[in-house]
Design a binder for this molecule. Structure first.
Ligand code: AMP
Length: 208
C-alpha cells in the first residue's frame, strides 16, 4: 500500500498515518519528522531548515526531495508507505512521480483530509497543551504566528496538489472533521482493498 495523506496543518495527517502504519504494516514517511530529526542532530540539512521551519515557511523543494529519495533507497519501505507532509508543492509531486516511475512503483491513492480552517487553530492549541501536559517541549512552529504562515503556505503552495491528483484520477476526499475512528474508517473505504495485509493462508484459499 502506497498512500499520500494531504491536508492543512492540524488536519490529523500524523494520527491517521499512524493508523495506516498499524493496519497495513507499512512505514510512515513524514518529511516534517525527518527534518526535525535533522535539526536535532545538527546536520547541514537541519541547519538549513531550522529557521525556515520555525517561521512556518516551506523548506526548499530540492532539500525535501533529496530526503525522500534517500529514504526510498533504504530498506524498510518495500511493504509500502504513507507519505505524511510530502509532497507539498507541485514540483515535489512531479519529482515523486519520477522517483516512483524509476522503481516501477505507483500510488494506491491520495487522500485529502478536508477540514474547516476555523477549527485548525483550536487543534494546534490543543496539541500544544497536550504536549505540555506530557512534559514534552512544544514544536517551534506550533504558535499562532507560525501557524498562520503554515496555513498560508498550504493554501498557496500545497492546495494546488488537490487538482494535480484529481486530474490523475488518484484523489479521494475524506471529511476530516469527523472523530478519529470515523476518519480512519472513511480512509479505509477510500483506499483499495489491501490483499497483502491478509494472512498468507487466506490468499491461498482465495486463489483456489
Ligand atoms: P509537518 O511536520 O509536516 O507539519 O512539517 C513541519 C514543517 O517542516 C513545515 O511547516 C515545513 O517548514 C517543513 N516541511 C515538512 N515537509 C515539507 C515539505 N514536503 N516541503 C517543504 N517543507 C516541509
Amino acid at each position: 500500500m502506497r498512500v499520500i495523506l494531504l491536508g492543512p496543518p492540524g488536519a490529523g495527517k500524523g494520527t491517521q498515518s499512524q493508523r495506516l502504519v498499524e493496519k497495513h504494516g507499512i512505514v510512515q514517511l513524514s518529511t516534517g519528522d525527518m527534518l526535525r530529526a535533522a535539526i536535532k542532530a545538527g546536520t547541514p540539512v537541519g541547519l538549513k531548515a531550522r529557521d525556515i521551519m520555525a517561521r512556518g515557511d516551506l523548506v526548499p523543494d530540492d532539500v525535501v526531495v533529496g530526503i525522500i529519495s534517500d529514504r526510498l533507497k533504504e530498506p524498510g519501505a518495500e511493504p509500502g508507505f504513507v507519505l505524511d507532509g510530502f509532497p507539498r508543492t507541485v514540483k515535489q509531486a512531479e519529482a515523486l512521480d519520477q522517483l516512483l516511475d524509476k522503481r516501477g512503483l505507483s500510488l494506491d491513492g491520495v487522500v485529502e483530509l478536508k477540514v474547516d480552517e476555523g477549527i485548525l487553530l483550536n487543534r494546534i492549541e490543543k496539541r500544544l497543551s497536550d504536549m505540555r501536559a506530557r512534559g514534552e517541549a512544544p514544536r517551534a512552529d506550533d504558535n499562532p504566528q507560525s501557524f498562520k504562515t503554515r496555513l498560508g503556505a498550504y493554501r498557496k503552495q500545497t492546495a494546488p496538489l488537490i487538482d494535480y491528483y484529481r486530474e490523475k484520477g488518484a484523489l479521494k476526499t475524506v471529511d476530516g472533521m469527523a472523530g478519529v475512528d470515523e476518519v480512519s474508517r472513511a480512509i479505509d473505504e477510500a483506499l483499495p482493498v489491501d490483499n497483502s495485509a491478509r494472512p498468507a493462508q487466506d490468499v491461498g484459499q482465495a486463489t483456489m
